[in-house]
Design a protein around this ligand. Structure first.
Ligand code: C5P
Length: 315
């Protein structure tokens, strides 16, 4: 095949706790990651040249080496030089539906789709684990985006253990179109403000990690206990983003006032989401929040949780 089309889902974080610092400058985390149905579409075409080119009509998506999808293709070319020589370069087309700079891993999932797409188009037969290992070199969320579903992530977010699928829940997402938050800024500010809470001793770090891996959120997911999952939603990074962006805090408060199962900021933000039992409840929250905030800059989506990571579709 000369072309593949892939669905690249966004993620939300049902849980994000910062445990401490890492020698590599990143943070030691425990997260519960969840794929959602809101997705980009990524197509990969052999172009008969030695060039790797990215096309995307979204004005905020760069087309050069700063684009993670481009870097994913370059990394594949570097790691599989014979296949690159044999088949040549690719055109990567990204149809963007996931908001940019939103805390939904939009760039990471496009990169994950390129890893999967090049594996297919170059006939490499790499394992999911091998693709995840390559993805981890480019960004902490990429390994999760490859496999998707529901998973607990440790380390800097790249060490994954799958959790049972969470079926049937709906999600409302809200983000101000013109507001993007820099992930490095959020983590840097968190460090400045909360460094004194970081766990420094290896034993205590391991203890806390294990506590969370077998803790109440994981149990609630295993039992499909939706109210408890909603109640236990957590994200340390809210402590930095909500005070800095009152509009995001107000959006969260408005969603919360609609009594969803739970409501939280995703990742480093600024997207906030509410979980509901039914699509109708999610749509009702969308209507209520829209009435409260008629600002056209506010984007709202209703979607559902998804069991999948990168999926191939027919071209
Ligand atoms: O891995 P990724 O490129 O997505 O991370 C973006 C930034 O977020 C990093 O440069 C770092 O500042 C911060 N980060 C962190 N600890 C993590 C993940 C990300 O400090 N575990």
């Amino acid at each position: 095949m000369r072309a593949y089309s892939l669905i690249a889902p966004a993620k939300i974080n049902l849980y994000l706790e910062i445990l401490g610092d890492r020698p590599d400058g990143y943070h030691e985390l425990v997260m519960v990651m969840q794929s959602i149905a809101l997705a980009d579409q990524v197509t990969v075409h052999l172009n008969g040249t030695d060039r790797i080119q990215v096309a995307c009509e979204h004005p905020e998506v760069p087309l050069d080496h700063t684009n993670l999808a481009y870097r994913a293709a370059m990394l594949m070319a570097e790691c599989y030089p014979e296949a690159y020589q044999q088949y040549g370069g690719v055109d990567i087309r990204i149809e963007k539906h996931i908001p940019v700079g939103a805390g939904l891993a939009g760039g990471s999932t496009d990169a994950a789709a390129v890893l999967v797409g090049l594996d297919l188009i170059w006939g490499l037969g790499a394992t999911e684990g091998e693709l995840q290992e390559l993805g981890a070199r480019l960004g902490s969320d990429i390994p999760f985006c490859v496999s998707g579903g529901t998973a607990i992530a440790t380390g800097r977010g790249e060490a994954l253990s799958p959790l049972p699928d969470l079926d049937g829940l709906s999600v409302v997402l809200g983000k101000y179109r013109s507001l993007s938050v820099s992930t490095p800024w959020v983590y840097k500010t968190y460090r400045q403000q909360f460094e004194q809470t970081y766990i420094r001793e290896g034993d205590r770090l391991q203890h806390r990690r294990q506590e969370l891996q077998s803790g109440a959120m994981v149990t609630a997911i295993s039992q499909g206990d939706r109210p408890t999952i909603g109640h236990l939603l957590h994200n340390n990074l809210e402590k930095v983003v909500l005070p800095a962006y009152p509009a995001v805090a107000a959006l969260k408060a408005a969603m919360q006032a609609c009594n969803p199962l739970g409501c939280m900021m995703s990742g480093s933000g600024p997207t906030v989401f509410a979980l509901t039992e039914t699509p109708e409840q999610a749509e009702q929250i969308q209507v209520t929040v829209r009435e409260a905030f008629p600002d056209p800059d506010l984007q709202l989506w209703v979607t559902s949780l998804s069991r999948s990571g990168i999926q191939m579709t027919q071209l």
